[in-house]
Design a protein around this ligand. Structure first.
Ligand SMILES: Cc1cc2nc3c(=O)[nH]c(=O)nc-3n(C[C@H](O)[C@H](O)[C@H](O)COP(=O)(O)O)c2cc1C
Length: 360
């Protein structure tokens, strides 16, 4: 048996293998209402049929203003809960488990879709005033408004109520998006957080917003539901957020009930060199964090096939492999990996049996 196809148990949730689908924005709520529809059902459903262990659905706004674009999914009302329920019911019928990535885009909100080539949407065109730790803009985007101290409790409450709705929608786990330069990362990094109140300055202060969200969500979801956090482990700039701070904040978050850390990098600022083309370019960051924390850690980024994934797990630090673009290319990435590694799994669906990858 390989490590990749060993089940993983997190807080009592059994996941059939170590392959997670990385969260990927679909920008496909054509009515701009945050309600997942047939695109989402087919997109996530195919990856569930394809043998994925845990499907982490795209960055989903905890409020309308939290969305990156008007086309992003949301989880602030009952219609969205019902839309997600259909996705979850089908994924579960295929043996996959599901998590939702709860997100607030902060100063990177109110934009056009990734593929449009344009940045901020003006308020006249259906955009909105963004918020952040300060009023400094992301390069090329409209300037945010600095969150006032007395607005923070209601922001935390939005995350908590989104987490409750996620459970109603049938998700097995919750992931907090604290990466890629979105709102929580804007608070974590000393580059974007120059506040002088108790949410800025020291590492404790910069981590306060995230930890308040973790505490609130853990109380709301009870003891049984796994809570994941996605971090960017570095800003790729010497004066920025780094892997040592990531590991320290992960430990504090674990003390408050976080169970697994999903380690990515970058996204806070432009003008830095990221080795995007290298295979497994973020694995060393995941390994760094994994060495420091007791909880399982996931690696992501340019992991192409089952053999490479298995080698990363065999190296002994990382417990999970998340696959993004590989699953865009091949919804059956997990079943193909099983075949490549010579592992026999019992979750080829009856309808697909005659199309199994052939032995040559
Ligand atoms: C189309 C697309 C959308 C993405 N959206 C998200 C997102 O919603 N949340 C997130 O944390 N990362 C997002 N990412 C990053 C992926 O989760 C992943 O970390 C990245 O693509 C590197 O992994 P890969 O090389 O396996 O694709 C996105 C990536 C792509 C390609």
């Amino acid at each position: 048996m390989t490590k990749l196809f060993e089940p993983l148990v997190v807080r009592g949730l059994e996941i059939r293998n170590r392959i997670f689908m990385a969260p990927m924005c679909q920008y496909s709520c054509e009515n701009k209402d945050g309600v997942p529809g047939s695109w989402h059902l087919v997109h996530y459903g195919a990856r569930a049929t394809g043998g994925t262990g845990l499907i982490i659905v795209e960055a989903t706004g905890v409020s309308p203003e939290a969305r990156i674009t008007p086309w992003c999914t949301g989880i602030w009302n009952d219609e969205q809960v019902n839309g997600w329920k259909a996705v979850n019911d089908f994924a579960h019928s295929q043996g996959a488990k599901t998590a939702i990535q709860l997100a607030h885009a902060g100063r990177k909100a109110s934009t056009y879709r990734g593929w449009s080539g344009e940045n901020s949407i003006s308020t006249e065109d259906g955009g909105w005033q963004t918020i952040s730790a300060t009023d400094e803009a992301f390069t090329g985007y409209a300037a945010p408004r600095a969150l006032a101290l007395d607005e923070i409790p209601s922001l935390v409450a939005e995350w908590v109520s989104a987490a409750k709705r996620s459970i109603q929608a049938g998700f097995d786990a919750i992931e907090i998006h604290a990466a890629h330069g979105y709102l929580i990362h804007q608070f974590l990094s000393p580059i974007t957080n120059t506040r002088t109140d108790e949410y800025g300055g020291s590492l404790e202060n910069r981590a306060r917003l995230l930890l308040e969200i973790v505490i609130g969500i853990r109380v709301a979801i009870g003891d049984d539901v796994p809570l994941l956090i996605r971090f960017s482990a570095t800003d790729y700039r010497e004066d920025g957020w780094n892997e040592a701070e990531t590991a320290q904040v992960a430990k504090w978050a674990a003390d408050e009930g976080a169970d697994l850390f999903d380690i990515s990098t970058g996204g806070l600022i432009t003008g830095v060199q990221i080795p995007f083309a290298e295979p497994g370019y973020q694995v060393k960051f995941a390994e760094f964090v994994a060495e420091k924390v007791e909880e399982p850690v996931s690696a992501v980024g340019n992991i192409f096939d089952g053999k490479q994934a298995e080698e990363i797990l065999q190296a002994g630090q990382v417990e999970v492999i998340s696959i993004g673009r590989g699953m865009i290319r091949d919804p059956y990435w997990a079943l193909r990996a099983a075949h490549d590694l010579g592992v026999s799994v019992d979750y080829w669906q009856n309808q697909d049996q005659r199309g199994k990858f052939p032995n040559r």
